[in-house]
Design a protein around this ligand. Sequence first.
Ligand code: ATP
Ligand code: MG
Length: 288
Amino acid sequence: MEYRERFRVAEGKTLSLRDIDPGYKGHHESEEEAKEETGLYCRKLAALQTLLYAEKKHAVLIVLQAMDAGGKDGVINHVFATINPQGASVSGFKQPTPAELAHDFLWRVHPHAPGKGEIAIFNRSHYEDVLVTRVHGLIDKPTWEARYEEIRAFEALLAANGTTILKFFLHISREEQLARFAERLNDPAKNWKISEADYAERERWDAYVAAFEESMARTSVAHAPWYVVPANHKWFRNLAVSAIVAETMEALGMSYPRPTVDLARIRREYHEAVKEEAKEEKAARGHG
Ligand code: ATP
Ligand code: MG
């Protein structure tokens, strides 16, 4: 199955999250069954990152958005655990600081965009500025309409500069969210993740759904597609995200850079010479 085709948000069409089953499991029945395939994609991803880093022609930006407890941290933990931290970065975007609020909404985001050879992961992103701000009435319709265009222009700029952009909405059900909140309340190792705000935001579920649907429909373009990934099952979410990132990076057709030095000459004039030296040293030691 081509995971990319299956979960991509179509360009220029309305999107209805209600029509996408958050409990979808694909062709596997259990985590155990999916393990091998997910492992395969994660290893592929690690190899492709090495290539990305060596070639230094492309950059990769991964945007993670979700309702609270949707699994953004889980994806970072599980899918990107195998990649080399060198050449990778994770940036989280929380409530803006006064300095950030004094600037345009993309000001704080741009410095975290990946350079050539790098993968950057956004845990929340510039999309918060058409989501939470809209849901809380901090901006009006003309402002979010304008921001869709500004986001499109910003992402087009990154893409034109060699950045491959992938945007994921981790799709969980309202019931699954409550179950995860309960887990955070009950598991001492997860207590730190829960707050009153999570319950307050939950009350605005439908408003968030509407904001997500419109934002994704308006900004899913060929060079920066959105993927709605069913995420009630964490193992399926990890499988789908790893598959989509690996498929996308594979399609870049990267190759290791051609050597800029004369390898034959180095072999002949340096390597062989050093080998000779080592042989002589060994012989000298043997005599001594
Ligand atoms: P997360 O929930 O992402 O794992 P967290 O639980 O550690 O992070 P929170 O304070 O719950 O931290 O999340 C960050 C909060 O900041 C979210 O409620 C998010 O909507 C909010 N936020 C992010 N960007 C903006 C923005 N541009 N304007 C207003 N609020 C924002
Ligand atoms: Mg939170």
